[in-house]
Design a protein around this ligand. Sequence first.
Ligand SMILES: [Mn+2]
Length: 334
Amino acid sequence: MSRVVNRHHEAAYAGLGTFCKAPLALTPADLEGVDVAILGAPFDEGVSFRPGARFGPRAIRQACNFLWSPPARPHMHLGVDPFEVLDVVDYGDAECPPADLAGAHREVKARLTELLVAGVFPVVLGGDHSLAYPDVTAVVERYGKGNVGLIQFDTHTDTAPVEWGGPLSHASPMRRLVEEGHIRGEHFLQIGLHGYFPDPEDFDWARAAGMRWYSRYEIDRRGMTEVMDEVIATATAELPEHVFVSFDIDVFDDLYAPGTGSLESGGLTPREVFPALNRIFAELPVVGMDLVEVAPIYDRSDLTALLAHRVVLESLCGLALRRSGRRLPGRDST
Ligand SMILES: [Mn+2]
């Protein structure tokens, strides 16, 4: 039995560095009764610009800056403590071999499949965004082709056809997922696109594939609340019964998230994104998520790692509301 519980009242900066001091689980035998597992995917061989995301999982875990339990520490606005509702464990890191992207993907998919078979909600911490390929293919193997929709927070579409001769990089996982039939184009909703990538040909391909997106420019014009009303309604009516959320930290403005490889100024703010995550996880049938592209070597004052940590918490708060049969406060969400 490898499950270890951290001592109560141990400071966040002391002892074992699991996510939010969650118990450590290392094998499928440790997953009985578990609701959520954090899985690290430390690799960045798929990066096209600045590397460093292999150090993301450790930085995100270490960004925890307070004690969770006891006492309970509920979200101030939502009134829910995800660690009270959900049995959360840290499943450690997939053993990603350096300089071997395919090997890293294979290891991640194997560990993730263990979680899915056990009925555990996975939170996969990357790693570069090519991670979406092993993540989503594992989820699709669990639920079936055509039965999974994808909501992607990202500056870029990640739909490049081929980059410098390689079939898969962090610029192309979404294209591969559509072309290979794992997820249908019309089952994609992308949020936060802005800047100069991809090129018009890739957008033409995405349109032809039926992919839909809400750019930073549309969010500016309409406001995130109205856009999320449409996202929730569209996802409820048109996406399959299982939804995966793939979150690229570079969707945030670089002031909030400097620690990433492919910066693009003019991104979203945490004040826009957090309520969106609360709604998505509280109101849609999300079955897993990944969080990618945190590269701590470019970070300042751990801003990006701490923000990524909170992205996970805000998502888990939404999930905790859903699992406990509660609604978001202040709205009649059905
Ligand atoms: Mn991306």
